[in-house]
Write a new protein. Structure first.
Lengths: 223, 426
């Protein structure tokens, strides 16, 4: 997957680049609208990460440029402005998703993967990882060719883990992914533990292998 | 007391006083003039009698002339100053029923003069009295005219006050009305009517300047809050992303991870605070306008499912009695409202506590068990006021309150052991 990161905040750009630079992903980045437009004109990307507030203009201009040139890159908008109008405007201009700052890198990765999957859906609708095979349309999970039943939250969590495989995901990130802003984190940490315990058990029974590793109380790692 | 009635009262008292004093002065002046006239008449009479006596050297036979009552009394006094004084005046009236030979005496006010005259070496006191009947009529006339004037003047004053005063003060009442309905968040300026009166013109100008300054300040403050909150989001995003990167480092020790966990929690709280402040600004600015009609019951049931894990975890028994209730509002805001109420009733509940939810066509009630102490009714809806044990932002109930006032719902808190009750009246 080839990814273009357009973000003017250096610290954030570097973190994203570092997090996404794993096997199979090529990251490129720039910090201005002009540079972004010249890059998308010259090269082809699978996904574009677009900040709306750029020093030399609004990110919407890039969306218009892509639309005018008939390009169909998947675009994820990241913005500090959590306004409904902006969101609708972005989605109407052809963006695939909208993420408000601040966000966890794991969340960003999961969203980018989802966009990428949707773009590549023409070929396949199953997601395979090691012994796990997920039918994304039917929301069915097979492990080691054994069908396992997961609750909605467990299914979401499994997809989230696979998108961030090999990375330590903080509990905060998991809680935000599963519950959003609705409940306070402290309360939700207990449930994360319960859910993880259940997934672990179900995967163990089918694959005889422990996929989830706990990392010093800060989070979990999916291997 | 109203300005007009206060003014009426003052004018009434003053008018009465002035007319009373004027009447009194009138009365005494006229009385004085009448007495002077009478005294002149009496002097003339006296002179006539004196002349007669001096000429004829005997007392006149007939003493009464022209209704005057004259008496001569012998005296030993050698000298008496001529003097005038008021005396009762007896008027003889024919009266058939009277015992006294059909004649009855009526007493009327009179005026008399007395002087000393001597006839053939003998001294007499001569008094001549005259009725003041005529002057009494005059006094009555004056009183009637004065009273008539008073009534007339009061009538005129009442009419003037009613029409002229009301007309004059109209701009003032208009300004007052505008000030009463002044809403700081309203973008429309004050609609003040034009007036020709300088004082009201000045008042108009002052009110307009003041209101625009207040609005300006308020707008600046809101813009500042919004911008500050927005500007903070990017640094928070940087912190979060750096932490996410940091925990990938396998060389870190357990205690470092513990510190990172704390930083995560603090960052999260910061971000929540920010989002809550932004939401408050948006509600205050009336920026969320995606009104739709939906069933509140559905929202509550949906939220109930979302919070199921939380309630179950705490062993809380949730009982609801929900009727259908269609409302027109922003679904986004109403979800936040219900969310905050749920959060509040779970967070401040005890293990194995209870939550009652009741929805009818005119009210929504959230009741929960918890600490057996009433919360401060006015403080709980204020920004950053929270319970001792609460680790929330202290903005949840403020947001709930503001959402309610946005739609003219009335959110109230009461405590009746063991239940804390939040009631929304639609």
């Amino acid at each position: 997957m080839k990814l273009l990161i357009i973000e003017d905040e250096q610290g954030l750009r570097e973190s994203i680049e570092r997090y996404f630079t794993v096997e199979g992903i090529i990251c490129e980045s720039c910090s201005s609208l002009a540079a972004a437009i010249s890059k998308v004109t010259l090269y082809q990307y699978d996904c574009i990460l677009l900040d709306i507030g750029l020093p030399d203009g609004e990110g919407f201009t890039l969306l218009e440029h892509l639309k005018a040139n008939g390009k169909n890159e998947g675009v994820l908008i990241i913005s500090a402005r959590n306004s409904l109008d902006n969101k609708i405007k972005g989605l109407n201009l052809g963006a695939d998703d909208y993420l408000t700052k601040p966000f966890h890198l794991a969340e960003l990765k999961a969203r980018i993967d989802a966009i990428f999957r949707r773009k590549a859906f023409n070929t396949t609708n199953t997601l395979n990882y090691d012994l796990i095979s997920i039918n994304l349309l039917a929301r069915e999970v097979e492990v080691n060719s054994i069908n396992i039943i997961l609750t909605r939250k467990e299914y979401d969590m499994l997809l989230y883990f696979i998108a961030n495989k090999g990375k330590v995901i903080s509990k905060n990130a998991i809680a935000e992914h599963l519950w959003g802003d609705e409940i306070d984190l402290v309360d939700s940490f207990d449930f994360i533990y319960t859910h993880i315990k259940n997934i672990r058990k179900k995967l163990m029974e089918a694959a005889h292998k422990d996929y989830i590793k706990s990392v010093y109380g800060v989070g979990y790692k999916f291997l | 007391m109203k300005l007009a009635s206060q003014y009426n009262k003052a004018t009434l008292i003053i008018t009465f006083l002035v007319l009373f004093i004027a009447g009194f002065i009138y009365y005494t002046t006229i009385n004085y003039i009448v007495n002077k006239q009478l005294d002149r008449d009496l002097t003339e009479e006296l002179d006539e009698i004196t002349d007669y006596i001096n000429l004829n050297q005997h007392l006149p036979k007939q003493l009464d002339f022209n209704g005057d009552q004259t008496t001569l009394t012998k005296t030993d006094q050698k000298l008496i100053e001529k003097s005038f004084y008021d005396i009762p005046y007896h008027v003889a009236q024919r009266d058939a029923d009277s015992e006294n030979g059909g004649i009855k005496y009526k007493i009327k006010p009179g005026r008399a003069v007395k002087a000393l005259i001597s006839v053939k070496g003998e001294n007499y006191i001569l008094t001549v009295a005259q009725s003041k009947e005529g002057s009494k009529h005059l006094t009555q006339l004056i009183i009637i005219i004065t009273l008539g004037l008073t009534v007339f003047l009061l009538g005129i004053l009442a009419i003037t006050n009613k029409y002229v005063l009301n007309g004059l003060w109209k701009p003032f009442y208009h300004i007052l009305q505008q000030l009463k309905s002044f809403n700081i968040a309203d973008t429309n300026g004050l609609n003040l009517s034009k007036t020709n009166i300088d004082e009201f013109k000045e008042l108009n100008d002052a009110v307009i300047i003041m209101s625009s300054r207040v609005k300006n300040d308020y707008q600046n403050l809101k813009t500042f809050t919004e911008n500050a909150s927005h500007e903070m989001l990017t640094p928070i995003a940087v912190i979060t992303s750096k932490l996410d990167t940091l925990i990938q480092d396998e060389k870190l020790k357990a205690e470092q991870f513990a510190q990172i966990t704390d930083i995560y929690a603090a960052t999260n709280k910061l971000s929540r605070l920010n989002q809550s402040l932004l939401l408050l600004v948006k509600i205050d600015n009336d920026l969320i306008q995606d009104n739709a009609t939906f069933n509140l019951k559905d929202v509550i049931l949906e939220k109930e499912r979302q919070f199921q894990e939380l309630t179950q975890n705490k062993g809380i028994e949730l009982i609801h009695l929900l009727e259908d209730k269609e409302i027109t509002a922003s679904r986004y805001l109403i979800e936040i409202l219900i969310n905050n109420l749920f959060n509040n009733s779970i967070k401040h509940n005890q293990t194995n506590g209870k939550i009652y939810i009741r929805l009818t066509h005119n009210k929504l009630i959230f009741q929960n068990t918890g600490e057996n102490d009433a919360l401060n009714n006015t403080e709980i809806f204020e920004r950053f006021k929270k319970g001792k044990s609460s680790d929330g932002t202290g903005l949840g109930l403020t947001i709930a309150k503001n959402i309610c006032s946005q739609y003219n719902y009335n959110l109230k808190y009461t405590f009746e052991a063991p239940f804390h009750t939040f009631k929304i009246a639609f």
